[in-house]
Design a protein around this ligand. Structure first.
Ligand SMILES: Nc1nc2c(c(=O)[nH]1)N[C@H]1C(S)=C(S)[C@@H](COP(=O)(O)O)O[C@H]1N2
Ligand SMILES: [Mo]
Length: 345
């Protein structure tokens, strides 16, 4: 390969741009689904929508890692060009590359650690990952704006040289290996080849009852819905709905199971409450994810359940006994376990 091959760099850059674009768009969707602004409604169907968008987010992010390394390799000699800054355009170009590479590495590395449920740093991952995504995209836009005239002017390469083709093949191979090694966390038929998909149980437990400080729940437990209270026996005596619904963790793994329980909208009706945004509280004292808000569109969906059973058996304590929220197309982090009350806001 020539010392710096602009056509190769542009080709790899295009792939990288596609992976980054997918990752950014699905990341924005995930953020909006978790913190919906007033004008935004995340659809409840298809039931796997969030599972798909978050799977694409993690897979495109993983694919971007070897692409970023390949891209850096193709432009490596130019990174150390002298003078450091020549003109305003040149300064913009180099500055944007510096910020872009730094932000991209931050995103890809923190994302990878998060997917491995490993947080070896002091900052809180979600807002940092979200903010730096905007930094990366801003730098990318500046970079593209500065480079566009140059790409337009460049003559077409006559033929793909052998070394160029070999490099592209090697890059594609590295992307395939990286994707296959991780995608099994959300694509069931890839599970056997995904050596890095660490959470391979049929339905992983994200936070155990012990970790959440939830001990055995006694007969005195009641579900509070507005002014009404239900014992577990009373809930079990209500008409039950069964549905195959996925848990799609924001950290990337997802798994489907058969859930049985009482639709939330039935409980609201029994308590004489209108359908609206519903605050769901759990027995957990002070975990970050001890409560969630169910948007009105989700509260109205007949498949949004307070589940009492999992795959035909009573709900295990680690999966949220005595009852847990399970709603279609909802980020896993909001599928609140060990529910104790529902309140319409
Ligand atoms: N009360 C409570 N509910 C919770 C959590 C939690 O920490 N506390 N974790 C959530 C997360 S991050 C996920 S992915 C799902 C996982 O559900 P599972 O452990 O039953 O698979 O539960 C959610 N419900
Ligand atoms: Mo999660």
């Amino acid at each position: 390969m020539r010392r710096s091959d602009p056509h190769l760099a542009a080709r790899v850059g295009l792939w990288l741009g596609v992976a980054f674009g997918l990752c950014f768009a699905t990341g924005l969707l995930s953020h909006a689904a978790q913190h919906p602004p007033g004008w935004f409604t995340w659809p409840t169907r298809p039931v796997s929508l969030y599972r798909i968008t978050q799977g694409v987010h993690v897979v495109s992010g993983v694919a971007a890692i070897p692409l970023l390394l390949a891209k850096l390799h193709t432009v490596y000699p130019r990174l150390f060009q002298r003078p450091v800054v020549g003109s305003v355009r040149h300064a913009l170009e180099r500055g944007s590359v510096l910020v872009l590479v730094g932000a991209a590495f931050f995103e890809l590395v923190t994302g990878l650690f998060s997917a491995a449920q490993n947080y070896p740093w002091d900052f809180f991952f979600p807002p940092a990952h979200y903010a730096v995504a905007w930094v990366a995209v801003g730098a990318l836009l500046v970079h593209v704006a500065v480079k566009l005239p140059l790409w337009r002017a460049a003559p077409e390469p006559r033929r793909a040289t052998l070394s160029r083709r070999g490099f592209l093949l090697a890059t594609g191979g590295a992307v395939a290996v990286a994707v296959l090694a991780t995608a099994g966390a959300s694509v069931p038929w890839l599970r056997r080849v995904s050596v890095l998909a660490t959470r391979s149980a049929a339905l992983p437990v994200n936070r155990t009852a012990a970790a959440a400080g939830v001990r055995r729940v006694g007969d005195g437990w009641r579900l509070r819905v507005g002014a009404r209270e239900f014992s577990l026996a009373e809930l079990a005596a209500l008409p039950q709905t069964s549905a195959e619904l996925p848990i799609a963790c924001v950290e990337g793994w997802s798994a489907s199971a058969r859930w049985t329980g009482v639709p939330v909208r039935d409980l609201l009706a029994l308590a004489g409450l209108p359908v609206g945004d519903v605050r769901v509280e759990s027995l957990e004292r002070d975990g970050l994810y001890r409560a969630s808000t169910l948007p009105a569109a989700h509260a109205a969906d007949p498949l949004t359940l307070l589940a009492l059973r999992l795959d035909g058996a009573p709900l295990p304590l680690d999966h949220g006994y005595p009852c847990r929220l399970i709603a279609p197309s909802r980020p896993g982090v909001l599928q609140t376990k060990w529910v104790t009350s529902l309140e319409v806001r």
